[in-house]
Design a protein around this ligand. Structure first.
Ligand code: ADP
Ligand code: MG
Length: 721
């Protein structure tokens, strides 16, 4: 057996549903199976008995399935599956909501291992959506042992539980891995973690760790193995980002000679005094411009920390810079944002920043182009054709172009692009930044900005190729948003506060998790408010005296824009919206945001939404409506009421969850196991140093083919190469 062999070559009796499950999990080769790690372990015994269970407990039981059937739920009439589960001590109901097909997967009399949470109420206990390991030989053997000999499974044995997937059981994986390890495959796989690092951190060799991971004797071995593979992955990520960074360092960029006094004058003209964090960021950027290699800087600043002003100063500096040693050129700036609404908003902000300074600005979106100033009325922008804009950009007449994706999609060619600014870069992905190319072999300087605060360790990992500047200071006079978790019982109080704000002339957002149609896959879908119905309800029953608008992602861009515009002009006092208002919408007069079904949003997203109301110096309020009574959810939402800023919140989220859900870590291809490692700053830093040393000696990894091979997938997901 070889690591690269297809799974089916050695496991010839796979059922179609098992094959489908393997495909869905992305497992193709024998090596993939070894790297498919258990999510957790369960002690072999003592397993529970039905008679011994208690409400709220997480239980593991061995027994028999009885009378599985598809039904409609009693209250909501939604389809579901039900069965009885019995062991020698008694029986309990099993329920799978919205999954009636499950009834067909089990037959009366099947012997299974079950794990799940006991729900319901005393006297009417049941297990909701239990995980079932079906009649594989091992379970049956185990069960027979258990009952025939009156033995419980060996108390010091651990059973690996693999990430959930329909069609393939944890026991199948355990058997498969046993067979693979018996064939010695784990010993021929290369160990990419250098020996010295293993020694420094007391990490086992890969061959040992595979055994400890899949077939551990005790939890401690499993933990050590997990730590080792976590380190391996963080190390591989670091190699990938450091390699990319080394490549950027070798690339050529236009070295600029910045006219500092001119930039200082421009900054002095801001309608406010920049925070010291803003000044630090601007200084760092201007220094970077002097280098003949591309700046790769990420500004991470909470919503409202004033990133636009930093971008404006950087853009102004470029437009007034000279080529090092050369004459003045037509240096240009491209500013990319993720949505049309944001592009327009930034266009308007930049007109404010630049109108006294005689700098032309272009705007390009998927549907139209504008230029400021208009030839006829110098305080206005004017609509122009894309051909006209392209011409002016190509000949250098327009030094600053703001746009959506259209900037790269519509083939805009710059005469001399020196700086690319990418706002909310996590939405673009890293691939895009390479597409704003110049005509020569040089690359523009890159300034990315994001309002998504991520913990430092994660930043070092996924943005390890960027220099990081944190805007950790809010403009003076901002009051923290008063944030409260509200239940149905206290909803009226939230409305009272909202009414008081509206009376005082302020405005409010109401955010709903859905647009309209109920979600048929969710048992509790009816509880999730839809924006359309909520708008009607508020109009009729709660705030009849105010104008209430509606904004959601299925509206045409024109309709969205019109609604936004009316809200900005205060023609609408309340805007009911789905999370489309998430990114950067700026209406300083809005001081209340009420978020329905708050538990359905991630902490980062809630934090972004809340950011919509810290645009002014008025006291602002955020109400998080949640019906969830689960401790985890309440604790998670409470973090929003106590965390002072996005970074604290990010750290809290990492501590509370730590899985790949965090801030799109998954979208960067960071696995759950690496996320665990990322909690540990020492480990990340050690991996980073080790990777840096290797890349320094061998920038392209030409001498380390094994490492090169291992980071290929990571590089692909980070850079799409
Ligand atoms: P974000 O970082 O979320 O992009 P913006 O750049 O949109 O934030 O700034 C939010 C608001 O704060 C804007 O109205 C901006 O004019 C204002 N602002 C920015 N910097 C300062 C400052 N130093 N003092 C006062 N207000 C500022
Ligand atoms: Mg912004």
């Amino acid at each position: 057996m070889n690591p690269q062999d297809a799974i089916e070559k050695h496991f010839t009796r796979l059922r179609p549903d098992q094959k489908t499950a393997l495909r869905k999990l992305g497992l193709k080769t024998v090596r993939d199976l070894l790297y498919h790690f258990p999510a957790r372990y369960e002690a072999g015994g003592p397993a529970g008995t039905v008679a011994g269970i208690a409400l709220g407990a997480h239980v593991t039981l061995y027994g028999t399935i009885r009378k599985p059937e598809a039904k409609k739920s009693w209250k909501s009439k939604r389809p579901m599956a039900e069965a009885w589960f019995e062991d020698s001590s008694g029986r309990i109901k099993l329920r799978w909501f919205s999954q009636p097909y499950i009834a067909k997967m089990y037959q009366d009399g099947m012997v299974v291992k079950l794990s799940g949470k006991v729900t319901g109420s005393v006297g009417k206990l049941y297990i909701a959506n239990p995980e079932i390991d079906t009649g594989s030989a091992a379970t049956e053997a185990l069960h027979e042992n258990l009952f025939a000999a009156g033995n419980l499974p060996n108390a010091d044995e651990l059973y690996a539980i693999y990430p959930e997937s329909r069609g393939i059981s944890s026991l199948w994986f355990t058997h498969a891995v046993k067979k693979i390890i018996a064939a010695g495959v784990h010993e021929v796989l290369p160990d990419i973690v250098p020996e010295k690092l293993r020694a420094d951190y007391s990490l086992p060799k890969a061959a040992t760790a595979f055994i400890w991971m899949h077939l551990p004797k005790n939890q401690k071995d499993a933990d050590v193995a997990k730590k080792r593979f976590a380190f391996e992955e963080v190390f591989a990520i670091q190699l990938a980002v450091q390699k990319a960074r080394a490549a950027e360092r070798r690339a050529a960029a236009p070295a600029l000679s910045v006219d500092r006094p001119v930039v200082d004058e421009f900054i002095a003209d801001f309608p406010f005094k920049p925070t010291s964090a803003q000044t630090r960021a601007i200084d760092a950027i201007l220094d970077d411009f002097e280098n003949p290699h591309p700046m790769m800087r990420l500004i991470e600043g909470d919503v409202g920390s004033g990133k636009t002003a930093v971008a404006a100063a950087a853009a102004y500096a470029v437009a007034h810079a000279r080529d090092k040693g050369g004459a003045a050129r037509h240096l240009q700036v491209a500013y990319m944002v993720p949505t049309e609404i944001l592009a327009k908003q930034h266009f308007a902000s930049f007109i404010e920043f630049f109108k006294k300074h005689h700098l032309s600005i272009g705007l390009i979106t998927g549907k139209e182009c504008y230029k400021f100033p208009s030839k006829v009325r110098s305080e206005m922008a004017t609509r122009i054709s894309r051909a006209q804009l392209s011409k002016w950009v190509a000949n250098g007449e327009i030094p600053l172009v703001i746009g959506t994706h259209a900037l790269i999609q519509k083939g805009v060619v710059f005469r001399d692009l020196a700086l690319a600014i990418i706002d909310e870069q996590h939405r673009f992905g890293k691939v895009q930044r390479h597409k704003l190319a110049r005509k020569d072999a040089k690359e523009p300087h890159l300034l990315s900005m994001t309002a998504t605060p991520i913990p430092r360790t994660l930043a070092l990992s996924i943005y390890g190729d960027l220099d990081l500047t944190v805007l950790d200071e809010m403009p003076a006079g901002r009051k923290p948003v008063i944030t409260e978790v509200v239940t149905e019982a206290t909803r009226e109080k939230a409305y009272e506060r909202m009414r008081a704000e509206l009376k005082a002339g302020r405005q409010a957002y109401v955010i709903c998790p859905r647009i309209d149609e109920p979600d048929p896959t969710k048992e509790f879908a009816l509880l999730a408010k839809s924006a359309k119905l909520e708008q009607e309800r508020l109009k009729k029953h709660v705030f009849p005296e105010y104008e209430i608008g509606l904004l959601h992602s299925k509206m045409t861009p024109a309709a969205k824009e019109e609604e936004m515009d009316r809200f900005k002009k205060n023609e609408l006092q309340i805007l009911v919206a789905t999370s489309v208002v998430e990114v950067g919408v700026n209406v300083p007069n809005a001081t209340v945001i009420l978020i329905e079904g708050a538990e359905r949003f991630g902490l980062a997203q809630l934090h972004q939404l809340r950011g919509r109301v810290i645009r002014s110096t008025h006291q602002a309020y955020c109400f998080l409506l949640s019906e969830s009574k689960s401790d985890g959810t309440v604790q998670r939402l409470k973090a929003l009421t106590t965390a002072a800023n996005g970074f604290e919140l990010a750290e809290a989220d990492l501590a509370l969850r730590g899985s790949g859900e965090l801030y799109g870590a998954r979208q960067w291809g960071v696995s759950d196991i690496a996320m665990e490692a990322i909690k540990n700053i020492k480990m990340v830093e050690a991996a980073r140093e080790a990777a840096q040393a290797i890349i320094k000696a061998d920038p392209t990894l030409a001498k380390h083919p094994l490492l090169e091979e291992r980071i290929k997938i990571i590089s692909e997901s980070l850079y799409g190469e």
